[in-house]
Design a binder for this molecule. Structure first.
Ligand SMILES: Nc1ncnc2c1ncn2[C@@H]1O[C@H](COP(=O)(O)OP(=O)(O)OP(=O)(O)O)[C@@H](O)[C@H]1O
Length: 393
């Protein structure tokens, strides 16, 4: 979708901002460009919508050499989101969002309907926010309007230059997860500039790690973290890359332990045979858990005994508070364990009420992390891998 062929940009003062760059971004892919300040990320991006012209080399968009395209027509196919959102202060949120459809000559009512739809998509109710002015919004809300505006004419390509750079870490975290959901729905081809490796790892299908004017490694996040191509990349991704890896390693079914399981309508077993058991409903969906002590409590008057007067598991089971779908990241699993002070978490087959698959324990989490590091790290020394895991054996 976007292809760079030996692109170089030298500014008139002699600075080589981008040096012989070649890479390709496929349709629907989100590529993050990450690197220290001044390494050429923004220059790379601005060459795509011809805000900057390369000194040499060629850039193709959907097979077409952009040097031959009319810049105005080209920019209509490319949404652009920047840190200083650049909303028009005297226009309402709805009018700001409708800017490009308006320029494209859409009917006013169509443009406004589209803008309202987009605001909804980025989590801003158009009835509440549509008539506000930019200075009546928080920083995070302004960023959302920026994203909505860039998407309004449904361009196939999005360029995003540190779009979440100016908001505090909590809002930033929200915006990132919302943006991931949005991207899963709209599947744009995205170039996303950031200097934050955590953000690059979280959002990117692939990451381009920049050194001075050049890409040092262009790879999936897990590979960049697991097998940095050069010492520079290893240093840039940081000594805690084992921890960062938690966020790109999914929970797999094979990582799970199988604890004892009882069903809601089973008669209460006197002895669970373990300290606790997972409780499922008749469809094997996760309901909760029961401890050996709860099961062994003398059966005095208990609320809601099962038909026939017998005490069933249902009367003693506790609702599960913490669970995750398979495929969630090890980082989410770790965070959930800490948040609920839990020694294990249940894993189900989809996000909402789902079929129980097993439980993840800290030991299994560690094994999963080690497996994922080993899979990628065949060619880096074992000792280095050992140092990168989160917990010592
Ligand atoms: N108009 C210009 N004239 C001369 N040099 C420039 C110009 N624009 C950028 N540069 C230089 O080109 C290099 C790359 O700049 P660029 O803005 O692409 O970096 P960046 O990686 O996006 O940095 P940052 O993260 O700080 O935005 C820098 O050394 C910068 O000083």
């Amino acid at each position: 979708m976007i292809r760079f062929e030996q692109v170089t940009k030298c500014y008139p003062d002699g600075t080589t901002a981008v040096d012989d760059l070649s890479f390709e971004v496929t349709a629907g892919e989100l590529v993050t460009l990450v690197g220290p300040s001044g390494c050429g990320k923004t220059t790379t991006m601005k060459m795509v919508n011809r805000l900057i012209e390369p000194t040499s080399g060629r850039i193709f968009l959907d097979g077409q050499d952009i040097a031959a395209a009319d810049p105005v027509e080209l920019r209509r196919r490319i949404g652009y989101v920047i840190q200083q959102v650049g909303l028009f202060p005297h226009k309402t949120v709805l009018e700001n969002t409708a800017t490009v459809p308006h320029l494209l000559g859409w009917k006013r009512s169509t443009a406004r309907a589209r803008a309202a739809e987009l605001l909804d998509l980025v989590g801003l109710d158009p009835r509440t926010y549509g008539d506000r002015y930019p200075d009546q919004l928080s920083g995070g809300q302004r960023q959302r309007v920026g994203v909505a505006r860039a998407l309004a004419a449904d361009p196939p390509v999005l360029l995003m230059d540190e779009p979440f750079g100016a908001v505090d870490p909590v809002v930033r975290d929200h915006l990132q997860s919302e943006f991931l959901k949005l991207q899963a729905a709209v599947r744009k081809t995205v170039l996303f500039v950031t200097h934050d490796i955590e953000e690059a790892v979280r959002l990117g299908d692939r990451i381009a790690v920049y050194g001075q004017g050049r890409i040092e490694q262009f790879d999936a996040p897990a590979a960049v973290l697991g097998a940095p191509a050069t010492p520079y990349v290893a240093e840039f991704v940081g000594a805690d890359r084992g921890l960062k890896r938690l966020s790109v390693t999914p929970i797999e079914e094979g990582d799970l332990e199988q604890p004892p399981v009882v069903h809601l309508d089973d008669p209460l077993p006197r002895d669970l045979g373990a300290r606790w058991a997972v409780v499922l409903d008749a469809e094997d969906n996760l309901h909760g858990w029961i401890s050996a002590e709860q099961a062994a409590e003398p059966s005095g008057p208990v609320p809601g005994p099962a038909p026939g007067g017998k005490v069933s598991v249902r009367d003693r089971a506790r609702r599960m508070e913490a669970w995750l779908p398979v495929g969630a990241s090890l980082k989410q699993a770790f965070a959930t364990m800490l948040q609920h002070d839990a020694g294990w978490i249940a894993v189900i087959d989809r996000a909402e009420r789902g079929r129980f698959l097993g439980v993840l324990t800290p030991a299994r989490l560690h094994e999963a992390l080690r497996r994922s590091i080993d899979a990628d790290a065949q060619d880096i020394p074992r000792t280095e891998v050992e140092l990168e895991t989160v917990t010592p054996r």
